[in-house]
Design a protein around this ligand. Structure first.
Ligand SMILES: Cc1cc2nc3c(=O)[nH]c(=O)nc-3n(C[C@H](O)[C@H](O)[C@H](O)COP(=O)(O)OP(=O)(O)OC[C@H]3O[C@@H](n4cnc5c(N)ncnc54)[C@H](O)[C@@H]3O)c2cc1C
Length: 357
């Protein structure tokens, strides 16, 4: 008789959670995902879009198995352009332009939909809000408790591993690392900017929309979180992935790529060590991912500060109107640490490769 498969509970059914479900199932695990949203998204392609790097595209196409699916919902992001526009004269000038940029863009809902469709049915339990977990005395298993939102019933599932993919406000991260702090890079918009927006609204938008804009007390709420890199990525049988492991600013196009690469690394380590050696697998996952994500989070933070005109560590600020060519080059995405690809296990480094190639 075949040995029973090890079981994982994943908390959070967005990109990191579904990527982990794929990676762990490929590694021979049974996976249940708790997601608090009542049902799968309806697929409407809203949001700013996700910039996917060549390595993430390659990993996704391995999980999704039909590369055309991914090709169909992504479009080339082939130029990395930084421009400066004078808000008064509307004149604009190119600061940097990289035409050798082979990312692809996807709407969150499209990528989510194909990751979901290609999982075994019933992998995701919708409307299940994670509440707590308890690690057994011998640390051989962990019970995860969730509220079924439709009935208010509390259920518990025992598993060998819990994967926290519950996003940047992760309650699991807060429990494992109570000292970790989220910082916000959100810049307060000045009253004069809001006044200017109201004046423009009358000229540009239909009167109904201009009225709504003027009636809105705080028209710009766009909270950007990041956090100093964590000292560890797991404790006992509970491991962090995605934004739960590394809240990061969007300026480096990293959060989704890091989530996909976390999932791939976790799956490879679990497969390599087998569930009997879970702590070795998690140690290896942490030793591969911590150096990468720490550098990428800090670089994304620096890019954010440059682009928002905030003081850098050296005390100076980036002034795009006077910056020299060499200074502007630091805006390019290709300066991101590990831009050419990240290690996925300590044995294998996946080369960067475009899908379909
Ligand atoms: C609807 C949506 C649209 C997005 N659109 C964009 C975009 O256009 N551009 C962009 O750059 N990024 C976008 N993002 C963010 C992007 O997906 C993430 O930054 C990145 O992919 C890392 O994903 P994640 O799975 O770690 O975190 P998230 O995408 O934040 O997902 C966390 C998941 O955990 C679930 N969760 C949280 N707490 C609980 C709990 N207690 N119990 C059960 N489930 C819980 C949440 O409902 C959510 O589904 C979007 C995220 C979402 C959820």
């Amino acid at each position: 008789m075949a040995a029973p498969k090890p079981q994982a509970v994943v908390v959070g059914g967005s990109i990191a959670g579904l990527s982990c479900a794929h990676a762990l199932i490929s590694a021979g695990w049974r996976v249940t995902v708790f997601e608090k949203s009542a049902s799968p998204p309806d697929g409407s392609p809203t949001g700013a879009g996700l910039g996917l790097d060549p390595q993430s595209l390659r990993l996704l196409s391995q999980w999704i198995s039909d590369p055309h699916l991914l090709q169909d919902v992504t479009f080339p992001l082939s130029i990395d352009l930084n421009r400066l526009t004078d808000s008064g004269t509307k004149a604009s000038r190119t600061l940097t332009r990289d035409e050798d940029f082979d990312f692809r863009a996807a709407h969150w809902a499209d990528l989510h939909s194909i990751l979901l469709r290609t999982l075994p049915p019933d992998t995701v339990l919708w409307g299940h809000q994670f509440l707590s977990f308890e690690v057994s005395d011998g640390r051989s298993s962990v019970v995860t408790n969730a509220r079924v939102l439709r009935t208010d019933e509390i259920i518990g599932i025992a598993s060998d591993l819990v994967v926290a993919a519950d996003g940047c406000l992760s309650s699991i991260r807060r429990r494992l690392f109570p000292d970790s702090k989220l910082s916000s890079l959100t810049v307060k918009v000045s009253d004069s900017m809001i006044e200017m927006m109201h004046e423009e609204a009358d000229k540009i938008w239909v009167p109904e929309l201009a009225r709504v804009m003027k009636a809105t007390k705080e028209p710009f709420i766009n909270i950007i979180y990041d956090s100093d890199p964590l000292p560890k990525l797991f404790r006992d049988n509970v491991v962090l992935v995605g934004d739960a492991a590394h809240p990061t600013t969007p300026h480096g196009l990293r959060s989704t790529n890091m989530s996909i690469q976390d999932a791939a690394a976790l799956g490879c380590c679990l497969e390599k060590w087998g569930w009997e050696n879970l702590s070795s697998a998690l140690e290896e996952y942490q030793s591969i991912r911590l150096p990468v994500i720490s550098k990428q989070v800090l670089h994304a933070r620096k890019l954010g500060r440059i682009k928002q005109g905030l003081a850098l560590n050296c005390g100076s600020t980036f002034d795009p109107t006077t910056a020299r060519q060499e200074e502007c080059l630091q805006l390019q995405q290709r300066n991101m640490p590990y831009f050419e690809g990240v290690p996925i296990t300590s044995d294998i480094t996946l080369p960067s490769k475009q899908i379909g190639s």
